[in-house]
Write a protein of this length. Structure first.
Length: 182
């Protein structure tokens, strides 16, 4: 009996102070971390500092995505031949229809070398060509790390700094132009 009472007295303050996980957020109610976001009741609330405490702001309405109906092609009836207008007879083609030409896939090292400045920065990393121009000023390690690999194969430089890290690799994929031609 004493053990149960002791456990109950120990857990009771925790149960009374912890907010329920599914509690609705209300403007002005307390929150714990500045910048935290929560969606409740069709609004997006942000935790802000007001005086010395953190509270939820008044919220911004969140637009619900409206599903779009997929359009299906509608068949148009073909005219049927009548007795007065006979159906045209197909004529044999003397020349076969041209096959589609293969398009060039990949980039050359010459193209990469031509894009060797901060205003136009291409680099090769692990056999793929990337346009890093927009990433130069956003790179957490500074712009010099990117400018240093413009116009050349930056594989060894990239791997020595980021080898095995998933975040830099996933960021890099958003700048992919295509494969390097061998």
């Amino acid at each position: 009996m004493k053990i149960r009472l002791l456990v109950l007295l120990t857990l009771l303050p925790l149960l009374l102070t912890a907010p329920p996980a599914s509690a609705a957020v209300k403007a002005g109610s307390t929150c714990t971390k500045q910048g935290a976001k929560q969606i409740s009741g069709g609004k997006s609330f942000t935790c802000i500092k007001q005086g010395k405490k953190f509270v939820w702001n008044k919220g911004v309405a969140v637009k619900k995505p409206t599903p779009t109906a997929a359009t299906t092609p509608v068949a148009t009836p073909a005219p049927t031949p009548t007795a007065t207008t006979p159906a045209p007879t197909p004529t044999p083609s003397a020349t076969p229809a041209p096959s589609p030409a293969l398009t060039k896939v990949g980039y050359t090292m010459t193209q990469v070398r031509a894009n060797n400045s901060a205003s136009n920065c291409w680099s090769v990393i692990d056999g793929s060509v990337y346009d890093l121009t927009r990433w130069i000023n956003s790179h957490p390690g500074g712009s010099g790390a990117i400018v240093g690999i413009c116009g050349r194969d930056g594989t060894s430089s990239f791997n020595s700094r980021h080898g095995g890290q998933s975040s830099p690799k996933s960021t890099l994929t958003s700048y992919l132009l295509g494969p390097l031609e061998k």
